[in-house]
Design a protein around this ligand. Structure first.
Ligand code: ZN
Length: 591
């Protein structure tokens, strides 16, 4: 875990009691050696949420979440890892050394937040003054109500080169620090000038409701001028990194979690109109393709997303292609389009929120949307067009994480295009470095129930009886485990063992930033009596090792066979020779 030393995390975890932590939020009932409760993370009538005091972990059998005390706090309070650590450290009376916190940087940041606060007051004041009348009239004319203007702290920058500059100077703010806020720009001959002039100002907030940047929209009277951009934004600063923030999420995150869906529009005005008129789970992409970091941020609240496009931009294959990123993050993305020439703002104002909601409800999943679009543009009776449709669709399908779903879409596509499924599978493999479908299936399993019981059993043994680890380390390597998660966990366990460190499940969890892994360890350990009554551990272990080795060999063989077939079909003799050689070597024994 970056930032905080593992010893500190261990220290905190050994001092807090997970039962105490969780029961300060939800009532727990004793059930044998464990505690039970109604799960706070999914709706249920019978308790499937378990807390195990011996292992200091929790797990829900209903929705699969689980982890240690940190994970619980993160999930329950919807906070980041460092905050969860801070809270528990306080509770445990552990002092976190500020070794990595540059005090200067910290004070610079708080200074920048303060400047932004002051700037907002200045811009708001101007919007409500006679100078800002045109801007305010424009907003009102576009249907933005006073309450909305007020609650989002919209403002106005006047037609002056030094308006904000002088205001902040009067507050005795150091100019070189002010420059770091990006609100003023140094002049060539010395001095500074305001970045935002003659613009409506939209503050950009972070998740803690702090203002981290600004967006400025040019006044409509100047819109036609060629040399000015319609929108400009703050540059990156120590508190604002582009692509790490989602506009509006601080306002709508709770609703996104509640409805388990987010509606993504493009601009500030789209956001404000939609939010004001009753789409409480909206956010704005600010017109750029979303970054992985933004998706992960959003994913904390919901995996389901509806993108609202106007027909013109959705028509762009490039725009659609940017949506593949959602699939890579294992998110569900649907596309709603609006008639040509409309954006969400103009559409809602013309047709009303009900019609807009209908569009959202009628959103198609990415696969259907893209396929329909391609088929409407290309003639699938022409061979070259058919190939183009297939390739575009396969590019998207290749991004789908779930292997079963992936195969299902290939089947679907084959049917629609009247092509052989195998042909599509071969093409699909060309899209990224070769990964066998079989192997992929193993990699992508997320549910414990789908994982090879042998792998589960071995990991469980290691977690329950740490003294077995040393012996296993001599016979196994992480790569013997086909499941990606288990392989990762095992590699950390072996690592710790080689350093002679103790391995306790709740502490082990702190090594993984991926919550799935914690849930996974939790699920494996609660309830913990699978092994009760088992007599000879050694015999079981030997049997397990043998099975793992055999399986690895078999998979490798199958993978090679598959590759050989493809090489034969594609008449790639050079590759074929190499593959056959590998195959013989493998069957002679040894990987
Ligand atoms: Zn649950």
């Amino acid at each position: 875990m970056p930032g905080i030393p593992q010893e500190i995390l261990d220290e905190i975890l050994s001092r807090v009691d997970i039962v105490e932590v969780i029961s300060s939020f939800i009532p727990l009932k004793r059930a044998g050696r464990n505690f039970k409760a109604l799960c706070p993370f999914h709706h249920e009538k019978t308790a499937s949420f378990m807390v195990n005091p011996a292992k200091q972990i929790y797990h829900c059998f209903g929705c699969g979440v689980g982890g240690n005390a940190f994970n619980f706090l993160m999930r329950y309070e919807r906070i980041e890892f460092p905050e969860a650590v801070e809270q528990l450290a306080k509770k445990a009376g552990v002092v976190i050394p500020k070794y990595n916190l540059d005090r200067q940087a910290e004070s610079l940041n708080s200074f920048l937040y303060k400047i932004n606060e002051l700037a907002v007051i200045y811009y708001q004041g101007l919007l409500n003054s006679s100078e800002g009348r045109i801007a305010k009239e424009y907003l009102i004319k576009r249907g933005i109500r006073s309450e909305t203007i007020e609650s989002f702290k919209l403002g106005f920058a006047a037609d002056k080169w030094d308006g904000l500059l002088n205001y902040l100077r009067s507050k005795e703010i150091n100019l070189s620090l002010l420059e770091k806020s990006g609100l003023i720009i140094p002049k060539q001959g010395g001095g500074y000038y305001d970045r935002f002039r003659q613009r409506i100002i939209f503050p950009v907030y972070d998740l803690k409701n702090r203002i981290i940047a600004f967006g400025g929209r040019i006044l409509p009277s100047r819109e036609k001028e060629m040399e000015v951009a319609k929108y400009i934004n703050s540059p990156e600063t120590p508190i604002y990194v582009k692509g790490k923030n989602l506009f509006g999420l601080n306002f709508t995150k709770d609703n996104i979690a509640k409805f388990n869906a987010a509606v993504i529009v493009e601009g500030y005005m789209d956001f404000l109109t939609a939010y004001q008129e009753g789409i409480p789970n909206v956010i704005a992409s600010q017109g750029t393709a979303l970054t992985t970091e933004q998706l992960r941020l959003l994913k904390r609240y919901s995996q389901n997303v509806v993108m609202v496009f106007d027909a013109d931009s959705a028509g762009q294959t490039a725009t659609l292609r940017s949506l593949d990123a959602f699939l890579e993050e294992d998110m569900e993305v649907r596309v709603a389009d609006l008639p040509s020439g409309f954006d969400p703002d103009t559409f809602i104002r013309k047709y009303g929120i009900k019609e807009f909601r209908k569009r959202i409800e009628g959103a198609k999943n990415l696969f259907d949307y893209k396929l329909d679009l391609l088929r409407s543009r290309l003639d699938q009776n022409r061979v070259e067009h058919k190939a183009k449709i297939a390739n575009e669709m396969l590019a998207t399908i290749s991004k789908i994480k779930n292997a079963v779903l992936k195969l299902e879409y290939v089947r679907c596509l084959a049917e629609v295009l009247n092509l052989k499924e195998e042909a599509l599978l071969i093409e699909l493999k060309k899209i990224k470095p070769y990964v066998s479908v079989l192997q992929e299936k193993c990699l992508l399993e997320d549910k414990l129930s789908d994982i090879d019981p042998t792998e589960k059993l071995l990991l469980k043994l290691m977690l329950e009886e740490a003294e077995l680890i040393e012996g296993l380390r001599g016979h196994l390597e992480p790569a013997d485990f086909q499941n990606e998660h288990i392989a990762r966990i095992v590699s950390v366990i072996f690592d710790l063992a080689s350093q002679g460190r103790s391995i306790k499940p709740n502490k082990l969890m702190a090594y993984f930033s991926d919550e799935k892994i914690s849930s996974f360890i939790g699920e494996l350990l609660v309830p913990d009596d699978t092994l009760r009554g088992v007599e000879s551990r050694q015999e079981i272990i030997h049997d397990c090792i043998r099975r793992l080795k055999n399986k690895r060999l078999r998979l490798k063989r199958e993978e090679l066979q598959e590759e050989i077939e493809i090489a034969q079909r594609t008449k790639d003799t050079e590759r074929l020779e190499k593959l056959i050689q590998d195959f013989h070597q493998l069957t002679r024994g040894g990987i």
